[in-house]
Design a protein around this ligand. Structure first.
Ligand code: HT7
Ligand code: ZN
Length: 891
């Protein structure tokens, strides 16, 4: 398949200024009529017009009302000898929505019609210049059977509707804003909606609607509240108002991703809309708020200002993730809850993006080339992209960043632009700032892949009263980029005295002491920063480096245990307290794995964990984070970074030993934690209640686990009771996880009960599958269960949520179940990737990534995984999406 390169970008041969689309909706054969006004691009005169098309059937082409000759090049429709002046172009074609299993373009789900056009789905609806820099005004008429499809929606405002012959009806929608084709959407079906009017600061009224299937209306309140909060937040924080009279969200249960920001008509995976306490977890509630916010914020960062080409994807995604992260933090409110959200984001980045940056799929935030653009909706483009925006905000300050955003919109509203344009606007609004003065080198964050390693060391000179921090950076080679230039790395830091009290700081060259935190800007391979005036200390200062995770780097600092305990107990920066806890756990896990000896926890570690659990000054949510050991995936990546071959079952054994020793050693403390934090009051998804539930469930998991050792039936019995009568799904799931995590016999009964009770709740059944597929492995039982689960009558592999609930969970989240000495996990992986690829390549390609880190594995896993990849690669019938992933994995 062909490679598309960023350097090959050229402007389009023509502009399409207006599009008038008419759809005669029929699941088997939908007729599409597209009437466009086209203008030749005067900068590229005399070019033919090459219209993208995919899996559609052309029936007619008219230019200025006359039929003309045309030809196909591949699937592209090529029109030559066109007028040099603006002209009208009419195209008629058909497509088959019910046969569209790829879920890209126009498809059916649950008897309704939906579209998904990003990135290149519009060409599966009609022939078009399907590229984001071609922005047009859309008028859309939908015609369909009135009984089967009573609701007809598209972007913008409904200007006309009425009845037609043969039980059909129609609606015409006009979107007042020019947009690229990827933001087009239509929905037709039997849907109901919750609606609410809001008045914006400017005094304009807007209608907000959330559409779902009948029966789901009671699960839309949280999504609506999140939408209202998003509207209010974007006005308050960025001065950005809703520019539409009507803003709609529609939920669909067959969807390849999370949601889609189509102009005024967002289409969402049901998972990110539907919630009530009985069926959704606290995590679901938080995700809904974040995703509703994310899609809404795209209305400005993505829709009003869009991407010139798909290489600039992070222009909208990185910035919008940054905005949704900030929104969620602001919604969390108090500082401690904000910190919890930041830590969760950091954990996610390190668990998902760092491995990507160290593996065969490593690519810059602004990639240089792709075969299938859908493969580049990655955690690098999204989450690392957000960190790049966050670093800019750190370098110019909060007000400076707002000035930069204002300038960005003033310059580029209504345009399709690049990541360079964004960075330039932020810098230009802040002349003389740490960003503006080193913008060119800062932009290496967009062009260079790989996670920089920053090594840090400190030297205290009591006589001179100085503490020198030496920072050095090095970024390992990534595919196609053997050598890296230094990055601009903001390192936020503070110093603690040996009792953990924050020290006032004065950097050499500064005229006076000021504050307890500084942002050092590391921009060379090696730099020293000298803090002065540090006289009369009883011991060496303890550095607290990379506070708030101020840059997406791996910090290599040979901290002593003592320093880590000081940071854990005393640092004012919550991110670094958590980081100290992670490192203390990691040192023990890695030590056990590398030595091959069973893990044996020491008293100092156990006491520190107890102190955290019992600390009355800490929030429950923060305790939950501090007390959760590093994930198996994170331990694996740390070992890989240290050049140690990864043995997933050995890591699993060490982590399980850590869990059970903490369960036993802190038994009384877990009892206290459970009793003190579980409550049966009315469910509220606020950060305090969420944190209490998280800690209570963590305690319960340890108590049930310890029962496996002691044989005491009390806590398993209580967990089972909770599965039966919990007042919300978070606690029901917590109890189920506790039973599954302890491999207790009651787990089977509990699973059966949950299935019987929720068999009509698709999202709960997704969780039901995922909990089983993600349970900690023991003696191969989990893998065997997974092999049975895929034959369960409810396992519908064509529904992406259901497929992911088992397959993504195994391939991406349960390493000890996947990596087996008998290679059965890899055989299963190959089988499922090939099976799914035949009907949904986007999904298959994501599943395929489950083995892309095969090179870091120890034997016999490495060779067996390699063989499985080769087997898939050898297949002649493979989509470009999956071929790109296995190809890169093997390169
Ligand atoms: N911008 C949206 C991307 C998206 C997507 C991409 C490829 C295939 C299917 C898709 N569905 C949605 C999601 C977002 O970032 O908001
Ligand atoms: Zn997005």
């Amino acid at each position: 398949s062909t490679v598309v390169r960023r350097e090959d970008y050229t402007a389009p041969s023509h502009w399409i200024r207006t599009v008038d689309l008419t759809f005669d909706l029929d699941p088997a054969k939908t007729l599409v009529i597209s009437r466009m006004s086209v203008e030749p691009n005067t900068e590229r005169p005399g070019q033919p017009l090459r219209l993208d098309g995919e899996d559609i059937t052309l029936t007619r082409v008219l230019v200025n009302g006359e039929s003309i000759s045309f030809r196909f090049e591949g699937q592209q429709l090529v029109l030559e000898h066109l007028p040099a002046e603006p002209f009208s172009l009419e195209i008629r074609n058909t497509c088959a929505p019910e046969k569209n299993t790829e879920l890209s373009g126009l498809y059916t789900s649950g008897g309704s019609f939906f579209t998904q056009c990003e990135a290149q789905g519009f060409r599966r609806i009609t022939y078009f210049l399907d590229r984001p820099d071609v922005m047009a005004l859309y008028t859309v008429t939908l015609r369909a059977n009135a009984k089967a499809y009573p609701v007809l929606l598209s972007n913008g405002n409904r200007v006309e509707h009425g009845t037609l012959d043969n039980g059909r009806h129609f609606a015409t929608w006009v979107d007042p804003h020019p947009k690229p084709s990827y933001l087009f959407a239509l929905v037709a079906g039997a849907l109901v909606c919750r609606e609410q009017c809001v008045r914006s600061r400017s005094g304009k009224d807007h209608l907000l609607q959330v559409y779902v299937r009948a029966g789901d209306l009671d699960k839309t309140e949280h999504a609506m509240n999140s939408l209202i909060a998003s509207v209010v937040w974007d006005e308050a924080r960025f001065g950005l108002s809703l520019d539409l009279e009507r803003f709609m969200i529609v939920a669909v249960s067959d969807f390849n991703m999370g949601a889609m920001e189509n102009k005024g008509l967002n289409i969402f995976n049901t998972k990110f809309v539907l919630a009530n306490p009985a069926t959704a977890t606290d995590t679901d509630y938080a995700n809904i708020e974040a995703v509703v916010g994310h899609e809404y914020f795209h209305n400005w960062t993505g829709n009003r200002v869009t991407c010139r080409d798909w290489f600039q994807l992070s222009l909208k995604e990185g910035l919008t993730v940054y905005r949704d992260q900030e929104f969620s933090q602001d919604m969390a409110g108090v500082a401690s809850a904000r910190a919890v959200k930041r830590i969760e984001d950091v954990r996610q980045l390190r668990q998902m993006q760092f491995p990507e940056d160290a593996g065969p799929m490593a690519h810059p935030v602004r990639p240089e080339q792709y075969q299938a653009i859908d493969n580049f909706y990655t955690t690098t483009v999204y989450e690392k992209g957000a960190e790049v925006v966050r670093m800019m905000a750190t370098l110019v300050g909060r007000e400076g960043f707002r000035r930069g955003m204002d300038l960005y919109f003033a310059r580029h509203d209504g345009q399709a632009v690049t990541c360079d344009d964004f960075a330039q606007a932020i810098a230009d609004a802040n002349p003389g700032s740490d960003l503006a003065t080193r913008l060119d080198s800062f932009k290496r964050w967009y062009s260079q892949a790989g996670t920089p390693r920053v090594s840090a060391s400190g030297h205290y000179d009591p006589g001179a009263g100085t503490y020198t921090v030496t920072l050095a950076q090095h970024t390992p080679a990534t595919p196609g980029q053997p050598v890296k230039l230094p990055f601009v790395i903001p390192v936020a830091m503070g110093l603690l005295d040996s009792d953990g009290r924050p020290l006032l700081l004065q950097l050499q060259g500064e005229s006076q002491y000021g504050g307890t935190e500084r942002v050092l800007v590391l921009e060379q391979a090696n730099q020293a920063f000298v803090f002065t005036g540090l006289y009369g200390l009883t011991g060496e200062p303890v550095p607290s480096l990379l506070r708030g995770f101020s840059a997406p780097v791996i910090l290599e600092w040979a901290a002593t245990e003592r320093q880590l305990f000081t940071l854990l107990h005393h640092d004012t920066d919550p991110t670094n307290r958590w980081e100290a806890a992670q490192r203390l756990g990691l040192l023990r896990l890695m030590g056990a794995v590398q030595s091959g000896r069973p893990l044996q926890l020491d008293a100092a570690y156990i006491d520190a964990q107890r102190a955290v659990l019992r600390d009355p000054s800490l929030d429950a949510a923060f305790k939950d984070l501090l007390l959760t050991p590093p994930s198996e995936g994170y331990v694996a990546e740390q070992l890989a970074a240290a050049g140690v071959p990864v043995d997933p079952p050995a890591i699993h054994a060490a982590r399980e030993a850590m869990r059970s020793q903490l369960a036993q050693a802190l038994f009384d403390d877990w009892v206290w934690a459970f009793e003190a934090h579980h409550d049966n009051g009315a469910y509220r998804p606020d950060p305090v209640s969420t944190g209490r539930r998280a800690l209570a469930n963590l305690a319960l998991a340890h108590l049930v686990l310890d029962a496996g050792r002691s044989g005491d039936p009390v806590w398993p019995g209580r967990a089972y009771q909770r599965v039966q009568d919990a007042g919300n799904f978070t606690d029901r799931q917590g109890a189920l996880i506790a039973l599954l995590g302890a491999h207790h016999a009651l787990a089977e009964l509990a699973l059966a009960r949950v299935h019987a009770q929720f068999k009509h709740e698709a999202l709960v059944i997704d969780r039901w599958f995922a909990l089983q597929a993600g349970a900690p492995e023991r003696d191969g039982q989990v893998f065997q269960r997974i092999k049975t689960l895929v034959h369960h009558p409810d396992f519908l592999v064509r529904n992406p949520n259901r497929a992911r609930s088992v397959l993504t969970t195994l391939f991406h989240l349960n390493p000890s179940a996947l990596h087996r000495a008998d290679a059965a996990g890899y055989v299963f992986w190959a089988e499922k990737v090939v099976e799914v690829d035949a009907f949904n390549p986007q999904l298959a390609a994501r599943l395929a990534r489950g083995l892309d880190r095969w090179r870091v594995l120890a034997e016999p896993y490495r060779s067996a995984a390699h063989e499985a990849l080769c087997r898939v690669a050898a297949r002649t019938e493979l989509s470009p999406d999956t071929r790109e992933i296995v190809g890169r994995s093997l390169a």
